[in-house]
Structure formats: structure tokens, C-alpha cells
Design a protein around this ligand. Sequence first.
Ligand code: PLP
Length: 361
Amino acid sequence: MLSISKPVIDSHTKDSVEKVLSSGRLSQGKIVREFEEAFAAYIGTHYAITTSSGTAAIELALHAHGIGAGDEVITTPFSFISTSNAIKNCNAIPVFVDVASASLTIDPSKIEARITPKTKALLGVHLYGQTFDVRRILEICARNGIIMIEDACQAHGAEFFGGKAGSFGTGCFSFYPTKNMTTGEGGMITTSDEIIAQRCRSIANHGQGQPKQMSVPGHNFRMDEIRAAIGLAQLKRLDEFNQKRINNAHILNMAVHNIRGLVAPRQFPGRKHVYNQFTMQVKKEYKLTRDELKSHLENRDIGTAIYYPQPIHHQDYYKNLGYRDSFPVAEQAAKEVISLPVHPSLTPDDMKKIVKALRDA
Ligand SMILES: *Cc1c(COP(=O)(O)O)cnc(C)c1O
């Protein structure tokens, strides 16, 4: 079965892990610092702070901006549940805004109606490797005096008019094995704001060395040296991995292009999509249902995935909190999306196999 995702682990990565193990220094050493510096340089920010996961990165970013009990954070209901959970775990309130149908990222035209005096931040999600409309959202944030946090957990190396995802607001990355680069579990915050960087570093380490007036005692959200070594090796190849994803996506795009009822991911001018997922939408005009297409591909040993089968406000915890609003674009997308393998481990033969299976459907 062609898996929906698979990290590339090369011998250089194995060697650098071996080196850390032999050194005996497994945490809070120089490899973590090296990884942070290299990642900040790649994204184009002054600072980067490693974390134990992408979820920890989002939570930390919210804490560092002083967001806590009773504060409202605007976000999208069409994301991995981690995005909203991080808000809840800071005792803040996720306020959902529907996504735009072309990009499936947060719809700028619907944001201002949801801003109240309690709104402190907007947490946008660069979904599947596609950036949200950074320019319009930064304008809205500036006009309303709220801060912008970027969930860039699926967007390492993605760009919006030349700037990298994670360089516009406070950036949050995950290095889970399905992402564009991995450390196993792991994450990173990117920022050019020195105070925010200091607070993140401190809160991630039990509040040690904390600047005054911190709102929380602190956590252990640290990354260890072994993961940092994997991350450094992965970062060196990130552009190459992304280029392979883009090439694979191009092949899939061409295959889907002329099939009635299948909608391929959109490419917007000025944005670089890095295809953490190749996610298409199966419309009712298509000859098969989404489930039928899924089984057809699986019968041919092609793994697929549905990201996400339910928008966040329909999932149990949030349903029980009493979210009653409807977000029709997100709800429809949840019924239509299907992701195909696009990762850098796929061979030209694998790609042919996927294209043929799509044609034969
Ligand atoms: C993966 C992911 C996260 C969480 O990252 P973890 O490292 O699994 O905690 C958050 N948001 C989005 C959009 C993600 O894809």
C-alpha cells in the first residue's frame, strides 16, 4: 500500500543521532540551539524556540502573548483539533470563523463580525501547505488591535508574496512525522520579537529565567538533543523535500484537471503551496461518491486520508460546550475532501500508479 505520508530518514540523520547518543548529553545542549538558529534563519525571523510538539508551540505562543481566561481567539473550525485545543488549554475561548471555499483557509470577509472587546488574537491556519490570506488578515488585526498567530504546522517553507509562513505573526510549527519535515514529535515557535521569544523560552522551561509579569508558572515543553539532531538534518533537505511534493502535486493536478466533479487544490498568485497534503474535493457531479473513490484507490493499494471528516465545532468536546453556529463552507468541505499521497518518498512509478487509478475510476 502506498502510504499517505512517509518521512525520508537518510544516513546523515542516523549518524547525527548516533553522535548525540555517544556524546552523553541528551538534553539542553548545543544541538538544540543550533537547530533553533538554523530554523530562524530559514524562516527569516530573529528567534526560534524549540518545543516538544506543535500543540505545545501554539499553547506557548498564546501564553507568551498573555492570552488567558476569558480572552477570545478567532480561529477556523476546519483544522486539526489541536489548534482549538491549544486555545482551550490556555482557558481562552475559540471563536470560529468559516473558511473560504477556494482556499479552505479562514475567510477574511467574515472575521470582523466576530471581533468583540474580548478578542485578543487571531490564530490562522496555513492548511495543507497553503498560506491563508496573510495580507488581508494582518490589516484586520492591525485595525482592531489584535495579534496574529500562525499555525504553520503544515506549512514549513510555504510562502506568501516572498515571505515565509511563520514570519508574519508568531509562527507555530510541528515536526510530527506526517509534516514536511520531522523530528518524531517536536515543534518550534518563530518570532522576531525579543520579549515574546524570552517568554516562550522561559515558559517552555518551568518559567525559569522568566521576565517579570508572567501569567503562568511554566511547563516542560522542551525538545531534546536527539530530536534537534534529526531536525537539523531534515531542515537541510526541506527545500528538496518540498520541491518533490510540488512536482508530485503537479502530476496529480494534471490528472485531476479534466475530471468532472473533482476539484484540485488551488494555486494562488504570489503564494507558494508546499503540499503537506494534496487534498481534492469530490463534488456531487463526480461519478463516484467520496467513499467509493476511497475504496477504489485502496483496492489498488493507494492509501488515502480524510483531513478532516468533521469540523472542530462538531466534535464531541466542542459540541458539548454548546457551539451552535453553523459554518457551511467548513461543513461541506468535511464531506468532500480526500487526500492522496504526495510525499517525497514516492517514486515516478508510484505516481503513474496513482494517475492510472484516478483515470480508471
Ligand atoms: C500537526 C498539527 C498540529 C499539532 O502538531 P503536533 O506536533 O501533533 O502537536 C496543529 N495544527 C495543525 C494544523 C497540524 O497539522
